[in-house]
Structure formats: structure tokens, C-alpha cells
Design a protein around this ligand. Structure first.
Ligand code: MG
Length: 471
């Protein structure tokens, strides 16, 4: 954004002097070490905990009646809980690409209308020229690790260490991708680029991700670090370790979520014990809504409509909790719109990194929200593959197309002209079309869409190419 100041020559000279002093200071800081930010303070650590297919209604602090999540509830009580937080897509691969790059998946080519995610026979992945949070923070002296499900390309050239991570431990894609008819190999568990177990023993994954995360935190605590922990669960097939099997009142799904909750509790406890709490931002959220067609093995979107795979709210609005003692005041609830793409500019800002200037970034720095400021009017674009299905502006959401995630009618998008319009703050379940009452809102949204389409440059599609054999 350009800011026009209208200042005179004297001011320009002053600005030059300030710029020169600033540049000298920047060189001194750069010559110092990667640990110190512009304010002379240690750069904060950043931890992103990313559940898979966890619904808006699946945590105690989001109203679930029988899943017991004391650690996430405490995290929310000590930090900030979001009520209108979105993933950037309703399925795994595009959602993850967006979180790590701060960009709509269509810009990186990480979405498709044919194959909605990457599979074990996919030839594509996150393009090399995309900049991830890990890459940007690594350049600022951060130790970086990805522990968990990657799903941004399993071929060597796409794995986490090619995208700014020093260390990787986890599954390269979803835990249900073992289709023998498709030629999928047994599910591999990787350390860096090496397969260390095949098939991966799924009951142990949450426990081992936690142990790996704790070990990374302990060995990295003397420098700033970035930990990205995309859990494998509660994506199906569900597995809980022995200690959690049969423990919840919500069956196996509840057991699995309660084990994730315990994992979050362990990680926060290590952060506290290591004395890192006041210089560590921990952010917990989910990659998309609950997989409702899995019936009892799927989660709940609470009062939101539908779930994973579609652009109704249940597909993309997710639980989100930010925790940073001393910076985020305890017990806050944020009702402003925010999304996973915001983690990119937020993290870069905290690390003292410049935002890339050569590409559009769709996220917005969340620090004002963390400080309790409010009122920024946001636009959310809801894509399914490459199709723009809906747009939210402030409290209003217009659906140009709707399409159920699965089952009857799921093959064909249904167009709406005029669009369906929901006032989400009155009607979070998207039941009552108010288009006729608000022609002005529809006109404003139409002009936003026109501008978006006019300026959007889609990336080279990554999800459709298939390799000949995975054996
Ligand atoms: Mg998912």
C-alpha cells in the first residue's frame, strides 16, 4: 500500500538522515546475531499446532458437551479464543499451502477441481518459488521444524526441508492414503527424507509427535525457533494410544481429540518449565471442518452448517486459540474475522522479516487483534478448488454457488443468481436468505469480486499430475 505524505524538501532530507541512521543500525544488528530483533529484544518463538479435520464444535471451550479438553480450555482461558476464524480451504492440501505461504491456494496452484488434494501417486507439490513461514523465519536465524502431516508433496523436491524446515518427522500425506488398488505403498513415516517405518504405527503417532516436539523445543530453546506441528488426527482412520483408548465419553473420536488435548498440554507445560512462556506465541487451529460423512468417526461443526469439503461455514470456520502470556491478555474472545493465512504476516512481523513485495499476500498481521484492538473489516474468499463459491464481507456472506461436500448433488455446483445472502452474525447456521433486503450489500460484494477476478493470477496447477508408479 502506498501512503502519500505531501511533505517538502526539508522533510525529505530529514527522512534521508533517519533512513541512513536506520540502515547503519540495521547493519550493526545484522552483524550481531540472528537472535536479536530491531527492538533489541529476543525474537519470540512461534509454535503452530494444526489439527486435521477438527470441527468448530469439538472442544470443551467451543461447547462440546462430552469431549473433555482441559488443556485447550486452559489455553483459551489464559489466551484468546476466536469465534470467526477460518481455514483457507475446506480440504487438507490447499489449506496447508495457504497457512504456510499466507496466500490463497489458487495463487500457488495448490488447488484443483479434479483432484482436491495430493495423493501418493501425485507428481506435484508446493512450488519452490513459494515462500513459507519456515523459509522466512529461517533467514532470520530461527531453528525450524515440521513435525506431523505434511501433505504438500511427498516427492523429495517438495518435502519440508526444501521449504525452510531444518527438521522433519511425520507422514508425507493423509493417514487414510493406503489404497492398494491405486497402488499406494504402505503408509510411510519419515524422519527428514528417510522412511523410518512402513506402515506407520498409527496408535503411536500423536505420542511420538509430542515427544519429537518436546525434544525440538528443548534443543532449540537457546535461539528463536519455529515449530509447525500438523497433527495427523482426528482425520480418519482414528487411532488413539493405549492410554487414551476408551477414556472419553464420546467414543473413539473423543479419545483421539482428548489425546491431542493432552499433547497440547504437554507442549505448553514444557514451554512454561523452560521459562519460555513470555517469549513464545502458540497458536492452535484446524485445517478444515469435520468430516461429517464419517458419521461417528467424524467431528462436529457445532451450530455451523455442513462440514469438511464444502464452503458453508462448517467446512471452513474452525476453532482457534492464541496463547502468549504477557502479550495476549488472558480470557479474551475475539469476534473479528481472521484466518490461517494471517499466520504468515504475523510470524514474519514478529521475526523482524520483511513481507515479500513481489507477490500478493492475503493474510493480515494479527498482532492488533492479539493486543485487543478490533474493528478491521475483512473480506473472506471461499474457494472450492479453483471456483470462487462465496465471499464474506463484514457480517454478510454471499454464495454464488453451493455444493454439498459429499453425497447426492456433490458432483455439480448449483449456481445462485442473485447470490444467496446470509447475515452470519444473526444466522451462523446459514438458514435464512436475506438477499432481497440488502441489494446494497450484494452490489458491494459484486464489485469486490470483480476486482478480485481482474487482478488474480492463478498459479501453475499442482494437484492433477500423476506419477506412473509409486512402487
Ligand atoms: Mg483436513
Amino acid at each position: 500500500m502506498r501512503i502519500i505524505s505531501g511533505r517538502g524538501i526539508a522533510d525529505s532530507v530529514g527522512q534521508f538522515c533517519v533512513a541512513a541512521i536506520g540502515a547503519a543500525l540495521a547493519i550493526v544488528l545484522w552483524l550481531g546475531c540472528g537472535k536479536v530483533g530491531a527492538a533489541g529484544e529476543t525474537k519470540p518463538n512461534i509454535i503452530i499446532l494444526f489439527a486435521d479435520d477438527l470441527g468448530y464444535g469439538d472442544l470443551g471451550c467451543y461447547g462440546h458437551p462430552t469431549i473433555h479438553t482441559p488443556n485447550l480450555d486452559r489455553m483459551a482461558a489464559e489466551g484468546m479464543k476466536f469465534t470467526q476464524f477460518y481455514s483457507a480451504a475446506s480440504v487438507c492440501t490447499p489449506s496447508r499451502a495457504a497457512l504456510l505461504t499466507g496466500r490463497l491456494p489458487i495463487r500457488s496452484g495448490m488447488c484443483s477441481d479434479r483432484r482436491r488434494v495430493l495423493f501418493p501417486d501425485s507428481a506435484g507439490g508446493l512450488p519452490d518459488d513459494e515462500i513459507t513461514i519456515a523459509e522466512a523465519l529461517h533467514r532470520q536465524g530461527y531453528a525450524t521444524a515440521c513435525i506431523g502431516k505434511w501433505h504438500l508433496g511427498h516427492l523429495p523436491q517438495y518435502l519440508p526441508r526444501r521449504h525452510g524446515f531444518d527438521y522433519y518427522f511425520g507422514l508425507p500425506y493423509s493417514n487414510d492414503m493406503q489404497n492398494q488398488r491405486r497402488g499406494d505403498p504402505p503408509l510411510p513415516l519419515l524422519r527428514n527424507e528417510e522412511i523410518i517405518e512402513q506402515p506407520a504405527v498409527q496408535q503411536t503417532l500423536t505420542r511420538r509427535y509430542t515427544e519429537e516436539a518436546v525434544a525440538f523445543i528443548r534443543r532449540s530453546k537457546d535461539q528463536p525457533f519455529f515449530l509447525y506441528l500438523p497433527y495427523t488426527f482426528p482425520h480418519v482412520p482414528l487411532y488413539a494410544s493405549e492410554a487414551f483408548q476408551g477414556r472419553s465419553r464420546r467414543g473413539l473420536y473423543g479419545d483421539v481429540v482428548e489425546e491431542l488435548d493432552a499433547s497440547v498440554g504437554t507442549i505448553l507445560e514444557v514451554i512454561r518449565r523452560e521459562g519460555l512462556a513470555e517469549r513464545t506465541l502458540v497458536f492452535f487451529t484446524s485445517d478444515n471442518g469435520p468430516w461429517l460423512t464419517q458419521r461417528l468417526d467424524g467431528g462436529s461443526a457445532g451450530l455451523l452448517r455442513d462440514g469438511k469439503g464444502c464452503t458453508f461455514e462448517g467446512g471452513m470456520r474452525v476453532p482457534a486459540i492464541a496463547w502468549w502470556p504477557g502479550t495476549i491478555a488472558p480470557g479474551r474472545t475475539c469476534h473479528d474475522l481472521a484466518c490461517t493465512m494471517d499466520l504468515f504476516p504475523t510470524s514474519l512481523g514478529l521475526a523482524g522479516a520483511e513481507l515479500p513485495q513481489d507477490r500478493p499476500i492475503d493474510g493480515v498481521d494479527m498482532m492488533p487483534l492479539f493486543r485487543g484492538e478490533s474493528g478491521l473489516r475483512r473480506v473472506m474468499f471461499y474457494y472450492r478448488g479453483t471456483r470462487l463459491m462465496a465471499v464474506r464481507v463484514g457480517p454478510f456472506k454471499a454464495h454464488f454457488y453451493t455444493q454439498p461436500a459429499y453425497g447426492p448433488g456433490s458432483d455439480t455446483p448449483v449456481p445462485h443468481d442473485p447470490p444467496l445472502l446470509y447475515q452470519l452474525e444473526h444466522d451462523p447456521s446459514e438458514q435464512f436468505d436475506v438477499a432481497q433486503k440488502h441489494p446494497d450489500v450484494l452490489a458491494e460484494i459484486a464489485s469486490i469480486v470483480e476486482e478480485h477476478r481482474r487482478t488474480l493470477v492463478p498459479g501453475m496447477p499442482q494437484l492433477d499430475a500423476v506419477i506412473q508408479s509409486t512402487k
